[in-house]
Design a binder for this molecule. Sequence first.
Ligand code: KIV
Ligand code: NA
Length: 264
Amino acid sequence: RPPVNVGTLVKMKAEGEKIAAITAYDASFATLVDDAGVDVVLVGDSLGMVIQGHDTTVPVTLADIVYHCRAVAKGLYRPFLIADMPFMTYASKEQALDNAVRLMQEGGAKMVKLEGGAGQVEIVEFLASHDIAVCAHLGLKPQSVHKVGGFRVQGRENEAAERMLRDAQALEGAGADIVLLECIPAPLGKHITEQLHVPVIGIGAGPDTDGQILVLYDVLDITSGRKPKFSKNFLAGHDSALEAVKAYTQAVKSKEYPGPEHCF
Ligand code: KIV
Ligand code: NA
């Protein structure tokens, strides 16, 4: 099957085929998740937690993402490769452009992802005007943890939910090609997905987004400590990492995952 591109993802949204996305941080796992049939791979700044052992994603640098992205790109053929822009690497338009270019040219990413709402509209517009594919990450934004005071479900109150929809529409209008929603009530995930033309990928955003993403180490039950409510151990009942990621992909495609127990 040919490599996935932005057009493929738009077509999947139109046809109601769920997009299966997962994180990866090295070449071996990149090849494994490709073989398992995932459509999208993210080199997430979650690597600060699962690879580097930090409590948050805040310490991750652009060089860290470039290093891991280059390794992932080597192992990948079909999935669409997205790289996270780390904390404070897109504080101005010019800085965002320079760093997005590095993620693409040095890391091999095809799209960059940044956390943002109304405050990032101009940055997304600037990147889009330079033909850079962008994913806008809304809802729970882990890079804001110290400002917000913890990781918790976002968009529970009407006002916050309405703001999130407006922000998502503004980011789409600015040229975002994908919107990612993290940790929001399932009905809000459904509503935003219906209102947007671009594909929406969710994590803890309910079953009705156009696709799902999970951290690879949660899928394989490697992550220690408290697990997020939305995550699921797909290694249970399977005898290899490949079979586990295949099971995840199939569960997303068949809409068996996420179940009600994974939703807010
Ligand atoms: O960093 C990451 O892995 C992410 C996903 C969980 C969406 O941003
Ligand atoms: Na991230």
